[in-house]
Design a protein around this ligand. Sequence first.
Ligand SMILES: C[S@@+](CC[C@H](N)C(=O)[O-])C[C@H]1O[C@@H](n2cnc3c(N)ncnc32)[C@H](O)[C@@H]1O
Length: 240
Amino acid sequence: MTRFRERDIIESPNIWRWPEVYERENEAQDATGALWDTVAELAPHGDADVVDVGCGDGYHLPRFAQRARTVVGVEPHAPLVDRARERVAGLPGARAEQGSAAALPLPDDCADVVHARTAYFFGPGCEPGLAEASRVLRPGGVLVIVDLDATRHSYGSWMRASAPRYDPGAAERFFAGHGFAVRRVDTLWRFADRTTLADVLRIEFTPAVAQKAIDGTPGLTLSVGYRVHTRREPVGLLRP
Ligand SMILES: C[S@@+](CC[C@H](N)C(=O)[O-])C[C@H]1O[C@@H](n2cnc3c(N)ncnc32)[C@H](O)[C@@H]1O
């Protein structure tokens, strides 16, 4: 097992403490497929070797495995690594490894796409992960970072109310300054029932904000904005 530093790990109470609710959240997300369409367009993964950094319990690994040659999920939190391994057991070309974005347990030049969804790459501080992604990506490979857009829709205002110190503008400037293009994507989350919707909002926000969000959301859907940041590795340059 590759060693990684505990201080590199970003606490993720939503999926660490409530993995079953988080599973329902993942099922609700991207009901129209807009986010997957964007990822497929900006980081084509047909026949590619894919790394999913901060894969949690591997929810997205089977989806990548449908088209990719191989997919490796990397996740530091041991119970989630176990769940991810169970999820991909028997799925050809798919596996999960314990590790951190800042110390990927992978060799140089082994991947065509490195993907991270709402994991680790939140802006300033994630430089070690950017360097690691560059190390494992082949020339021409793409790092694709999918994150929630806290500037859009009610969901974004609930995010800012729950985490007032998070500065979405600083995150965007950080990625632009590191050579990333950005695409904004509007998505729909569609829940099976109101109980699930309320459970999900309660694991994402402080109790007061969650209650406001539940009361302010009629029906079973939510509009949620994302930022998709992409950066391609240079081709044809000699690297040290
Ligand atoms: C909100 S969850 C998202 C999980 C998954 N990407 C998904 O969409 O289902 C964030 C994940 O990032 C992981 N994480 C935290 N620190 C990390 C690090 N330094 N490197 C890689 N992943 C990390 C957490 O353990 C957690 O599983």
